[in-house]
Design a protein around this ligand. Structure first.
Ligand code: ADP
Length: 392
């Protein structure tokens, strides 16, 4: 069965076409700069990558081209071979704890949650509507980044604010990257050969979050009401003293929106280093002797370790720590610094094994009290799996 996994951004559309249940990737690609000029798309097929420059004014056009490409490369012979299209949605609130089939009520709920994910949820709706118009015969599903975290106990998801407000404004920890945390924890359990496990999963990309996963179920996660909680990220500050916000607004005479932009786009690694949000640039500038980049990296690693320590206690131990996403999969420096700071828990890094990028492997010595693994994440295949189950 042919299934499409789709991730729509405000000006982009990523897709992967699968043969399910084999999970073989038939074609993948990304449409960029939709509606903002100089648009183009890239397609990966049979190991070859092609780039095409084309005017794309909306997501529907992107979908139409995507279908044409699938047909012309004979990935499908007709539209009705595409049985399911799964859409990634960032915020599902308390409404969704699993993947569901799209209907009007589901779209209305995703729309209602736009204020919690103002950049992402509207884009997802645009993507769903475009797919419905272009491939009306396919089952459309929505896969939520927040769904995996819905199992957190109340003491972990509630903030210590006046209780009525939490209720009235639905203020709570929702978390994000749930599909990735779920994928790597499932894979880790496969590697350990059991499911009664205590795992700490570190999704460290440009956006970053850590989860405590017990017996395959999420117990806690570092992102909060929005993604700007927990870890220090590329451009996000993560956890800070909440009163800094009112203090800054007062001192700088800033609007909430202006402050939000600074906290989400100009803070984190970029804010402290003044160099870049990208770990590769930070590592390069540290090598060149930049002290603020060194400080940023130290703070970044320390915060990761703080959360691992916190979740180690919360889980009552840990069977494995998993690194995934852009930095987690690729930065040997960040992984090594984290593991070295965890020596007190008996973690023993294997420097040679850690000297790699993007491969699934154990990176601690055999006598390490907690094994650490790299597991490349695969959110797309999770979307395809759920969609296949609902479409079949
Ligand atoms: P996003 O949150 O946008 O999905 P990704 O998971 O794709 O982010 O991670 C992107 C980040 O991964 C980059 O900003 C960069 O910091 C980091 N990264 C990618 N490759 C490397 C590398 N070889 N060394 C260090 N960091 C890397």
């Amino acid at each position: 069965m042919k299934i499409l996994s789709v991730n729509a951004g405000s000006s982009s559309l990523k897709f992967t076409a699968y043969e399910m249940p084999e999970e073989s990737v038939l074609m993948s690609g990304v449409f960029e700069r939709i509606g903002i000029g100089e648009s183009f798309y890239t397609i990966k097929f049979n190991g070859e990558k092609t780039k095409v420059e084309v005017e794309l004014t909306n997501h529907k056009q992107a979908f139409e081209i995507l279908i044409k490409e699938l047909l012309s490369h004979k990935v499908v012979n007709s539209l009705d071979e595409i049985k399911g299209i799964g859409h990634r949605v960032v915020q599902g609130g308390t409404y969704f704890d699993k993947t569901v089939v799209v209907n009007d009520d589901v779209i209305a709920k995703i729309d209602e949650l736009c204020s919690l994910a103002p950049l992402h949820n509207p884009a997802a709706i645009t993507g769903i509507k475009a797919a419905q118009e272009v491939v009306p015969g396919a089952v459309q599903t929505v896969v939520f980044d927040t769904a995996f975290h819905q199992t957190m106990p109340k003491e972990n998801y509630l903030y210590a604010l006046p209780y009525d407000w939490c209720d009235k404004y639905k203020i709570r920890r929702y978390g994000a990257h749930g599909t990735s945390h779920k994928y790597v924890s499932m894979r880790m359990n496969e590697l350990l050969g059991r499911t009664d496990t205590k795992l700490i999963t570190c999704h460290i990309g440009n956006g970053a979050s850590i989860s405590a996963v017990k017996d395959g179920i999420c117990l806690n996660t570092s992102m909060g009401l929005t993604p700007n909680a927990g870890l220090i990220m590329g451009t996000r500050c993560g956890d800070i003293d909440a009163t800094i916000l009112t203090y800054l607004m007062d001192k700088e005479n800033m609007s909430p929106k202006e402050l939000d932009t600074i906290l989400n786009k100009q803070s984190g690694l970029l804010g402290i280093s003044g160099v870049s949000s990208d770990s590769r640039d930070i590592e390069e500038s540290i090598a060149a002797g930049n002290e603020r980049s060194s400080l940023a990296q130290t703070m970044y690693v320390k915060r990761i370790v703080d959360y691992i320590a916190k979740y180690y206690v919360e889980l009552g131990g840990c069977d494995a720590i998993v690194f995934t996403a852009g930095v987690g999969e690729n930065s040997k420096m960040t992984r090594l610094e984290v593991m070295e700071r965890l020596a007190v828990l008996g973690v023993k890094a294997d420097k040679e094994a850690n000297d790699c990028r993007g491969v699934e492997k154990v990176i601690t010595t055999s006598d390490s009290a907690i094994p650490c693994y790299i597991i490349p994440t695969d959110e797309e295949v999770m979307i395809a799996r759920d969609t296949y189950e609902l479409a079949k």
